[in-house]
Ligand binder design. Structure first.
Ligand code: ADP
Ligand code: ZN
Ligand code: ZN
Length: 754
């Protein structure tokens, strides 16, 4: 029953505001707006301090901790149709809680920038258009009497379609008042028009959704099984782990299942890693489906992003494909969530609101009660563990379609062979052999630049970065020394900085490898693919085209090569320096190393040309390598999970990392010591003392970009208890003494421990 006060007093708006403060802020409704128009998920413009900010209405309540007389009114309700529907808003509230990050900033991460700035969410936007009288008006004459009206009318007359109110919102004076006067005087009127950059650009809706499943392929038995199992599960939450070797046809499975989803009139959301969103992948989906797609990735302009967002929100786009932040895309007709290469690190946001798009994707599917498919040739140990515990259903694609044999993998002991700049004699011979028989060769070296260090043979000096605990990398093509951690650059010193003796480049990067290969195979076209060589727009595509056409015969590259590309004519793949990954300090290093190795090896050949894989190492007896090669990734993963269980690492325990940095080493340490003390007190006061506090300790690379970094690790075996603990600990972190002297951040479920 409504109380008397409910009927007389306006509701209180609980608003999430984009500021780094936790909690919601209370406002009174904007003047002239009734309670029924106020729906959670709508944006409201609010006064905040001396600023005006665009926030999101999260809830309406009847009371506030503050007296009503102290509350300010929201300035404006930006829409009556929520930009965040109830499902998405609930997911964001959950994520804010789980990751201990202010809701305002979580929402900020979920909305395109133009929406955060107040731009209209619908494709129809309000425009102020001049009337005939307005066009005829003497603006110069008006300027002395009503300067603002004159300025505004000038803007409106100056644009052929009139001025979008969204654009006027950027003005920092009361343009609304001036606009009202202009309308009253009959000089302009407000019209609804389709917003620029949205519907104008979007192609007209094509055929029936999902009409064209134009695939000629006959699915393998394993693919068929996967497709029918997932399709049978449409309409309810269930997690599937599609565990299939590279080239086994996982994408084909997604295509078939998505086709089924579209045919049922639902939308599909496909998340891919940062680097997996290639033109080839998009072309494959475009070719298959006669529906509009919304593509969301970090390379879009603000206008393009808003257009894609609107396409997804209106339901015009039936297929939404995107990288990490697309997990927050509008999804009004949810049918399925697919996460391709689910093991990929780029699904984790590493600054600000540190979320895992994979985990949120699963959570979103669960809340929407639709299936989620996680695909990978090298699933994360978390996902394998979930499958082993029946939290997800594992579907295996163990073979490439039509394949007769697996690539042959060989370890080359670098201690036993002569080598030239990192290329062993047997590898050089293998490259010649493959080139002669018409194959292509792919060489993986995860180090860009010419050489990782510039070294003085006389005194041992190595060119350091002044701002980091790191060495400068030599880049010959640009003639610079560069720090890969902070971006600092200098010229190349002529002589040693300590003893003025001569300097030598030690070790190999991709640039130097390309040079050596060119000396060895002068007639062969060699492409280098790394972050330096692909900076210009289109250069990556050009190089990939040359590989496809066969013009390029040798490819040398970093991690960039290992994702999202198939090179069907590559018959030899070589990992030039496996030792780089063998002795990592992080508990995940083994997993990452195994994934990289298997992913690189998977680039080789197609079914009828299985190819050869060569791994150069100085530790061929290393058990990790041995196991991977003789028994494969699945067996490695099970052994690695056992180790994790014994040493109590995730997924058997849960972690949170508090990081702090400052210009000096003392402040971060002292701040983290206080945070650790508080954590221990809280843990002790909880029903059972289950949270372990490890550290603080300096980060493995303590100094970076001129700042000293330290970290505190928290560990707990129970997710629920850990969440309860974090809920009371995290809000105190900003209040601790010394918090203002450091830059600190909390990372729940960190994937890197540095
Ligand atoms: P993945 O995503 O597992 O790497 P893809 O779906 O990209 O594998 O398939 C690899 C290649 O095999 C593609 O060229 C694809 O067209 C082809 N392919 C997939 N399924 C089949 C099939 N059932 N029969 C023949 N070729 C197939
Ligand atoms: Zn540096
Ligand atoms: Zn020297």
């Amino acid at each position: 029953m409504a109380k008397w006060s409910d009927m007389t007093e306006p509701k209180i708006l609980k608003v999430a505001v984009p500021v780094p403060l936790s909690g919601l802020f209370d406002y009174l409704p904007p003047r002239g707006v009734s309670d029924t128009e106020l729906r959670p998920g709508c944006r409201v413009q609010v006064p905040f301090g001396r600023k005006q900010l665009v926030g999101v209405l999260v809830a309406l309540e009847t009371s506030s901790a503050l007296p009503r007389s102290k509350l300010r009114a929201a300035l404006q309700l930006l829409e009556t149709e929520p930009v965040l529907d109830a499902d998405l808003l609930a997911l964001l509230v959950w994520a804010s809680d789980y990751y201990q990050h202010p809701l305002g900033e979580v929402i900020d991460a979920a909305l395109p920038r133009l929406l955060r700035q107040g731009r209209s969410a619908s494709e129809m936007a309000k425009y102020a258009v001049a009337t005939t009288a307005g066009f005829a008006a003497d603006i110069a004459g008006m300027a002395s009497r009503a300067p603002r009206q004159a300025e505004l009318l000038g803007r409106i007359v100056g644009k052929p379609d009139g001025a979008a109110l969204d654009d006027l919102a950027e003005l920092d004076w009361d343009w609304r008042g001036a606009l009202r006067s202009l309308v009253t005087k009959g000089l302009c009127e407000i019209q609804l028009q389709s917003a620029q950059g949205a519907s104008n650009e979007a192609p007209p809706s094509k055929h029936e959704p999902g009409a064209g499943n134009r695939s000629e392929l006959t699915l393998t038995e394993a693919q068929q099984e996967a497709v029918s199992t997932i399709s049978a599960g449409l309409g309810a939450y269930q997690a599937f782990l599609l565990d299939g070797v590279t080239g086994s046809g996982k994408t084909e499975v997604y295509l078939r299942v998505i086709s089924e989803v579209l045919a049922r009139g639902r939308q599909a959301l496909l998340l891919v890693p940062e680097i997996g969103l290639t033109p080839q992948l998009l072309a494959r989906f475009e070719k298959r489906f006669d529906v509009n797609m919304a593509v969301l990735h970090s390379g879009l302009s603000d206008t393009e992003r808003l257009a894609a967002w609107r396409g997804a929100a209106s339901g015009d786009a039936r297929l939404i494909i995107g990288t990490r932040s697309a997990v927050f895309a509008p999804f009004p007709d949810p049918g399925i969530v697919v996460i391709d290469e689910e093991h990929d690190g780029s699904f984790k946001q590493q600054d600000g609101f540190r979320y895992s798009a994979r985990d949120l994707g699963i959570m979103r599917a669960r809340r929407l009660d639709i299936p989620v498919v996680l695909g990978s040739a090298t699933p994360s140990l978390e996902s394998i563990n979930n499958a082993l515990r029946n939290r997800s259903k594992r579907l295996r694609l163990p073979e490439r379609p039509g394949s007769v044999s697996h690539p042959q993998v060989r370890l080359l002991d670098m201690r036993a062979h002569a080598s030239r700049q990192g290329l062993s004699t047997p590898l050089i011979a293998a490259i010649s052999r493959h080139l002669e028989s018409g194959g292509q060769v792919l060489l993986f070296l995860n180090r860009r630049g010419y050489a990782p260090a510039l070294f003085c043979g006389a005194c041992g000096w190595v060119a350091p970065c002044d701002r980091c605990d790191a060495r400068m990398t030599l880049h010959m093509s640009s003639g610079r020394l560069r720090c890969h951690h902070c971006g600092r650059e200098t010229g190349i010193p002529a002589v040693c900085g300590a003893c003025a003796d001569e300097l030598a480049a030690v070790g190999q990067g991709t640039e130097r490898m390309q040079e050596t290969l060119h000396e060895l195979f002068p007639k062969v076209n060699i492409a280098r693919i790394d972050r330096d060589s692909t900076q210009r727009k289109g250069s990556m595509q050009k190089m990939l085209d040359d590989v496809q056409s066969g013009r390029t015969r040798i490819l040398i590259g970093t991690q960039m090569l290992t994702k999202g590309h198939h090179f069907p004519d590559v018959t030899l793949v070589a990992v030039l320096n496996a030792d780089q990954g063998l002795f990592g300090s992080d508990f995940r290093s083994n997993e990452r190393f195994a994934q990289t190795l298997v992913q690189v090896a998977g680039r080789a050949g197609r079914a009828e040309k299985p190819g050869e894989v060569v791994i150069q190492t100085s530790y061929p007896e290393h058990p990790l390598l041995q196991r991977l090669i003789s028994e494969g990734y699945g067996s490695f993963a099970e052994a690695a999970l056992d180790e994790r269980r014994q040493s109590r690492w995730p997924p058997f325990t849960h972690l949170a990392m508090l990081r702090a940095e400052a210009p000096g080493p003392e402040a971060p340490r002292r701040y983290l010591e206080r945070a650790a003390r508080l954590a221990k007190e809280l843990a002790a006061s909880m029903s059972s003392n289950v949270v372990q506090v490890l550290g603080p300790a300096p980060a493995p690379m303590e100094k970076r970009a001129g700042r000293y970094r330290a970290q505190l690790l928290l560990q707990c075996a129970s997710r629920e208890r850990f969440q309860a603990f974090l809920k009371s600990w995290a809000p105190e972190l900003g209040q601790l003494e010394g918090a203002r002297q450091v830059r600190w951040s909390l990372d729940v479920d960190p994937i890197e421990l540095f």
